[in-house]
Structures are given as C-alpha cells and as structure tokens.
Design a protein around this ligand. Structure first.
Ligand code: GLU
Length: 279
C-alpha cells in the first residue's frame, strides 16, 4: 500500500513538472533548443513560392529554409509555430518578443540593424516591376512618372521608390497580393518589390497570363534571418545556412519553389555567403 502511494506521488510530480515545462515553453526565445519548447517563426502568408499559408499548410522557399535551420538548431517541425509577419510589423514583432526569428523576404539593411540583428543572407533578390501583360509602356523605374504604383508599407521596395523615383504616385498596401489585385483591376499601373516575389504572385493559377515581370532589377535585396537584438543564435543559423547550401538542399528548395514561375535567380549573387554576425 505504502509502495503504491509512493509510485503515485512520483507520477504526480512528473506530471506537474511536465505541465510546468509546457506552460513555460511558449517563450522559447532564450532556450538552447530541442528541449521540448516551441520555436516561433515569422513568415509571410501571402507570397506564393516564398511564404504562403493555405489551410494550415505552410509552403515556400522561406518556409523550407526556416525548417532546415530549425532542425539544425534542434527543433523538429512540430515544434515550429508559424506566425504571420507582414513587412511593416517585422522589427516590432522581434523587439516585442512575439517571434524568435523571421524568414520573410526580409532584406538586411543598416537602418533595420539599428533595432534587430540578422543572420544570413540566405538569398539575394532584386527589386523589379510587375505590369499587366499587354502593357509595354513600362520598361523600368524611369517610365513611372505620372503612373500609379503599388508597394507595401514598411518595405525597402516602397522606400527605394520614394527616394529614387520622382513623379510616381505611390499607393501602399499591407501585402503584395493586395497590390496585384489592384493591378488586375486597373487601380494601379504597376507593382514593385523583389523579382522573386513578383514572379511567384504572377504564376498562381488565378493570375497566370495576366501579368509580366519587367525583368530589369534596380536593387540588391539580401534576405536575412531577422533576430531580436543581442540574440545568441546568429552563428548557429549561419552554419545551418552554409550546410544547406553545401548539401544541395538550398538549390533544391529554390528550384522546387520557383517551378512554373518565369524566374531564375541571379547566379552571380547566389548562393550568397552569410555575413559576420553582430558582436
Ligand atoms: N525584401 C524587401 C523588404 O525586406 C521587400 C519584400 C518585403 O517587403 O518583404 O522590405
């Protein structure tokens, strides 16, 4: 009898410990990883081929790089909690501890480095323009004066246009898919952001044939892994990115996620070498 009671209390303590662990697990940020906690990863939900959410399924190149990196850090796929990170919210989501890391076509810039850290880059894209298929009046940013152009709040795409393209009427949305809808209905004459994002949006079943990426890039966008300032994960993430490139998984992920899109990545700039982590 005594023996049985003792067993019971050992089980109860174990159960209580497990509860405590799972209650604390959500934070995740400072854990070494792989010890039963959750990794909260910010991605886009509306960029086909990069970060896309469809009925609880998450797909795209960013998602695949994120899964590979998470695995190297000791997290299984079911320990990942995907969180939508729109362009304008990324720095805040990292600073406010709403996510542990962000893989969301997130360009490394000096301005962003003031509030967040970056690992990577793991890809280099270039800013381009998307137009209606039958419109051959826009061949580059120099043809945009007097035109209506859509981009996204909080992106380098919108900022570059504001700084470098005089005379254009810039309309801002919260996501690029909304911009493409406006382009289809004639609300704007062009959409601007990274070439790989535009190619993915133009290749969906609903959009196929309607739009064309101009193919004249005018920036270099180095996709980094956004981290809270002072994160200790940067070195391990860079090692994971290098491993993904070396073992062929990177190439496979780019190829499979751009299949059917009229897109090939810039071979002079890709695959990139991760930069030194902030000290
Ligand atoms: N790569 C650019 C940026 O980080 C444009 C794409 C985006 O908004 O995610 O702002």
């Amino acid at each position: 009898m005594h023996h049985k009671n003792k067993l019971y209390s050992v089980a109860a303590i174990a159960a209580a410990a497990a509860l405590t662990l799972s209650a604390c697990g959500g934070g995740g940020g400072d854990q070494a990883g792989g010890d039963g906690d959750t990794l909260r990863i910010g991605i886009k939900y509306d960029q086909p081929g990069l970060g896309y959410a469809d009925g609880g399924e998450y797909t795209g190149f960013d998602v695949e790089v994120a899964k590979y990196v998470a695995k190297e850090l000791g997290y299984s796929e079911d320990q990942i909690e995907w969180v939508e990170s729109p362009s304008a919210n990324r720095e805040n989501m990292l600073s406010n501890n709403q996510v542990d890391m962000i893989f969301a076509t997130y360009s490394i810039t000096d301005e962003r480095k003031e509030s967040v850290d970056f690992a990577g880059p793991y890809f280099v894209a270039g800013q381009d323009l998307l137009v209606r298929s039958d419109d051959d009046s826009i061949k580059g940013p120099e043809d945009l004066a007097g035109k209506n152009l859509c981009s996204v709040t909080g992106s380098t795409s919108a900022e570059n246009v504001r700084e470098e393209v005089p005379g254009v009427n810039l309309v801002e949305q919260s996501g690029y898919a909304d911009c493409v809808t406006m382009l289809g209905s004639g609300g704007v004459d062009a959409v601007t952001t990274d070439d790989i994002i535009l190619a993915g949006l133009a290749s969906t079943d609903a959009n196929k044939g309607k739009f064309r990426v101009v193919g004249n890039t005018f920036s270099e966008e180095k996709y980094g892994v956004g981290l809270p300032k002072g994160s200790d994960k940067c070195e391990d993430i860079n090692a994971a990115i290098e491993k993904m490139i070396d073992d062929g998984a990177w190439e496979e992920a780019v190829t499979s996620n751009t299949e059917g899109a009229d897109y090939s990545y810039n071979k002079d700039l890709n695959p990139p070498t991760p930069e030194a982590c902030a000290s």
